[in-house]
Design a protein around this ligand. Sequence first.
Ligand SMILES: [Mg+2]
Length: 215
Amino acid sequence: MGFELTAADYAEYIRRAYKKINENGDYVTELDLATGDGDHWSNLNMGFSKLNEKADELSKLNVSDEMKEIGKTMMSVIGGSSGVLYGSAYLAAAKALKGRETIDLNGLYDMLSAMLEAIVQRGQAKEGFKTMIDSLAPAVKTLKSCIDKGMDEIEICNMVKSAAEEGAENTKNMEAVRGRATYQADKGLGHLDPGAVTMSYQIAVLMDFVKEKIK
Ligand SMILES: [Mg+2]
């Protein structure tokens, strides 16, 4: 059992992630309008749309340069804080994957944990702040503990996906610490964080894709 994602595989993941994000525009924007200014989806969608256009080009790079290109594209195309955060995350992923031909299970952990660390540092945020970190951090933690237990890779993918989705769901019970929602009386309590939701989409699509690649 095992998988090795090539640059072409990751480019295919990007196409699927774009599709998932693109399909959920009305829902995510509605979530965002409850607590924010409603631009999260359109910003992120613009970034993934650009990456989707560049997917063929991305598939020809090595995995590290692919992540770097994704990061640079996100930084330049996605407006606001999301662009900087996703850009920094992918540049950190590029560093984590330097010198590797493919992304295996340990590579996936190295990559996702580097992305999490970059977002935490750049965003000056942590778990419980009602942000995308609340989906990514539980996913990374679950991935680590599953690897340590030597679990079956299909099971790992299922658990990481669930951790990301439950993490996003849990933002409903959180008060925002940063951003516009902090000015509201309820501090966003009772509402899902749109950034955590779109992060959970990406992790879910990635885990479903990895599952297909396990031989
Ligand atoms: Mg906004």
